[in-house]
Design a protein around this ligand. Structure first.
Ligand code: IPE
Ligand code: IPE
Ligand code: MG
Ligand code: MG
Ligand code: MG
Length: 303
């Protein structure tokens, strides 16, 4: 009988927490206040979806979870920096994150911005120090592309630019998907892709491009579905569960799936995307079984 997905994820979550802790040790030159703010946000109780995806993708390709821990940590650092900045008054202006006051509420805006900067740069240091040079370089390039101007940051810029736009009504589903694909999807795809690269860190020439492409398509669909469920949780969720304020997107005039399609059609779209995600993996067989099961959790999540 196949091992229960939840148990498997719980074990991996513990390994990930350990690696995140290890990665933020005091170092000469790093002010205590900065380290405190970085630890406050990174070690707060996030779901760790992106590192989990990296570990599962690595296992699906015959690697061990441990091989993907540095990749998972790097992606979680970038994700956490993006949340710190996303919550700033100049962006979404939120006061609650991962069940705690947001970083700028706790430490002030200047230190929050700098803690984000430091997590962003440390992510690349972790990659560069953890893998043989060719794999490290490729991971750095892929992560930079996903997180940068044409990826997550670009998506965040459009997210803000399209807030309360008088012409928002003329936006199409394609615009919404393009936004979500970059602001959330790009990093989720990168987590999976880097998980595959980690599995082949010692023998990159053996990497099968077909497997990478399949896991990439899976990540594209899962990333979109994940942001749709994030938008749905803003409408239907409770702050006690999500650990962040709800009912904020409509107030801010955000372009979201429920705002655009309504709740029912948004949920159907997320379900279809999860079916599509799974279908991309079917030829990979037993080793990808946990990745195949995971979209169900994304659809059912309440946080
Ligand atoms: C929230 O991400 C922001 C989005 C990109 C949708 P998560 O829902 O993964 O947040 P944490 O990491 O669990 O706090
Ligand atoms: C954020 O999207 C995506 C990021 C790149 C951080 P949201 O603004 O919807 O995320 P939440 O709802 O604040 O977590
Ligand atoms: Mg935002
Ligand atoms: Mg936000
Ligand atoms: Mg949201």
């Amino acid at each position: 009988m196949s091992e229960d997905l939840r148990e498997h994820l719980q074990r991996h979550r513990e390994e990930i927490e350990g690696h995140l802790q290890e990665s933020l040790r005091p170092q000469p030159g790093c002010p205590d206040s900065l380290l405190e703010a970085m630890r406050y946000s990174l070690l707060a109780p996030g779901k760790r979806l992106r590192p989990l995806l990296a570990l599962l993708a690595c296992e699906a390709c015959g690697g061990t979870a441990a091989q993907a821990l540095p990749v998972g940590t790097a992606v979680e650092m970038i994700h956490t920096y993006s949340l710190i900045h996303d919550d700033l008054p100049a962006m979404d202006d939120d006061d609650l994150r991962r069940g705690r006051p947001t970083c700028h509420k706790q430490f002030g805006e200047a230190l929050a911005i700098l803690a984000g900067d430091a997590l962003l740069t440390m992510a690349f240091q972790v990659l560069a120090e953890s893998y043989p040079a060719p794999t490290a370089a490729r991971c750095c390039v892929e992560l930079a592309r996903a997180a940068g101007a044409a990826g997550m940051v670009g998506g965040q810029v459009d997210d803000l630019a399209w807030e309360r736009q008088p012409g928002q009504g003329q936006r199409r589903l394609d615009d919404l998907e393009y936004l979500h694909t970059r602001k959330t999807g790009a990093l989720i795809r990168a987590a999976l892709r880097l998980g595959v690269l980690a599995a082949y860190a010692e023998r990159p020439h053996d990497l099968d491009p077909e497997w990478l492409a399949r896991i990439d398509h899976y990540g594209h669909c899962l990333g979109l579905a994940f942001q749709i469920t994030d938008d749905l949780l803003d409408v239907e969720g409770q702050a006690e569960q999500t650990g962040k304020r709800v009912n904020k997107d409509a107030d801010r005039g955000k372009l979201t799936y429920p705002g655009f399609l309504g709740v029912t059609a948004s949920r159907q779209r997320a379900e279809r995307l999860c079916d599509e995600a799974r279908a991309h993996l079917s030829p990979l067989g037993e080793s990808a079984r946990f990745l195949v099961q995971l979209p169900r959790l994304v659809l059912e999540r309440d946080r």
